[in-house]
Design a binder for this molecule. Structure first.
Ligand SMILES: *Cc1c(COP(=O)(O)O)cnc(C)c1O
Length: 367
């Protein structure tokens, strides 16, 4: 099957053509390629918090004395802090170096070579990434024309090999919530369901109270988006306790670094500040939506998250992304169908919205 030579012959054959994940371009790699200095690039491509993190985090990290000591592998303190925040007991909780790591661990726990997962597309790319890395196969169930999950189609796609149903809620990159009754219907299949609530703080809708009531419900959250800690990599999951035990056993030792632990602790001490930034982002999301809707060649899709997917009705979305990048504004473009005519814009500060709208109006002239 593989025509690889030398040492590459020995690579797992199913990984020989593995494409990887297309992560965002770091702004400092754009030096000289954009019309503005790198420092003034406006980053609306990765759903990061434009207000940054709590100032308590940097103060605590500056004087943290024990970087030479390994963190607690059992995450005891962190899980207790997360219990306080999520309202779900510590024995249900496992933390990951980003929730991406938990997606990967769940895939490793359930998937053997040839197993299947169900993905309601378009959706977050890591589900496919981790599934294929485990030798699993993604069965795609397209969402309807409003990007809503087709529950009947999900059920029809189940086979003897199905091991996980992935459900981002709100979905990335489309932004909408799946109604609770649809989630319950999917849970009633009895298969492991991973509900990814990365944007929970923006949508304020959750199925966390159901964790433990359904033995097949697993739920993910992250500090990357609302708490501004994307760079420190910390997320957590709520799992049935026996699944949490397995995950704790198969995870890499010391997966949460001490800086991330300190950052979570300080963030939770400063929750009022952080929630105020979340509220500012929600308010700005509504303003950004209204501004985008005024541009007749764009059609923004309503969102419960901190980004807005936008259909481009004139010209090509890919080219629009490029033109915005030249003006120093980064937005997300997806190569794959059915998103080829869309861009995804993260909600920034009011001045970012103003700069974006101005740039769109300038680009409009050349379309
Ligand atoms: C951003 C995002 C995550 C977060 O990943 P981290 O590894 O916690 O940074 C998880 N799921 C979805 C759907 C996301 O959009």
């Amino acid at each position: 099957m593989s025509k690889k030579k030398g040492i590459e012959r020995l690579i797992r054959p199913e990984l020989a053509n593995f494409g990887g994940y297309s992560a965002r371009t770091a702004p400092d790699t754009l030096e000289g390629k954009v019309e503005v200095p790198v420092e003034s690039i406006i980053k609306l491509d990765a759903n990061e918090n434009p207000y940054g993190f709590s100032p308590k985090v940097s103060r605590a990290l500056a004087t943290y004395p024990d970087l030479n000591i390994y963190p607690d592998d059992g995450q005891t303190r962190l899980r207790r802090l997360l219990e306080g925040y999520s309202g779900v007991a510590a024995r249900y909780i496992v933390a990951g170096s980003g929730s991406n790591q938990l997606i990967d661990l769940v895939a490793r726990l359930f998937l053997s070579k040839g197993d299947e997962v169900i993905n309601c597309v378009p959706t977050f790319g890591i589900y496919r990434f981790s599934t294929e890395l485990c030798g699993g196969r993604v069965v795609e169930v397209p969402r309807d024309e409003n990007f809503a999950v087709e529950v009947a189609a999900v059920k029809a796609a189940i086979t003897k090999k199905t091991k996980i149903i992935f459900l981002a809620n709100p979905n990335n990159p489309t932004g909408a919530i799946t109604p609770r009754k649809d989630i319950l219907e999917i849970l009633d299949t009895g298969l492991p369901v991973l509900v990814d609530e990365a944007y929970y703080e923006f949508s304020r809708q959750t199925v966390a109270p159901l964790v433990g009531k359904y033995e097949n419900l697993m739920l993910l959250r992250t500090f990357s988006k609302w708490a501004g800690l994307a760079g420190l990599r910390v997320g957590y999951g709520l799992f049935p306790p026996e699944i949490a035990d397995y995950l704790l056993r198969i995870k890499i030792p010391y997966n949460i670094n001490v800086a991330a632990l300190v950052a979570v602790e300080e963030s939770l001490k400063d929750i009022d500040y952080l929630i105020a930034t979340v509220e500012a982002i929600i308010a700005e999301r509504e303003r950004l939506f209204a501004e985008l809707a005024k541009i007749e060649w764009l059609k923004p899709i309503p969102s419960e998250a901190n980004f807005i997917l936008c259909l481009v009705l004139r010209g090509e979305a890919k080219e629009l992304r490029q033109k915005l990048e030249e003006k120093g504004i980064l937005v997300r473009y997806f190569e794959e169908e059915p998103l080829q005519n869309y861009i995804r814009i993260s909600v920034g500060k009011p001045e970012h919205t103003d700069a974006l709208i101005k740039a769109l109006r300038e680009i409009e002239i050349t379309l």
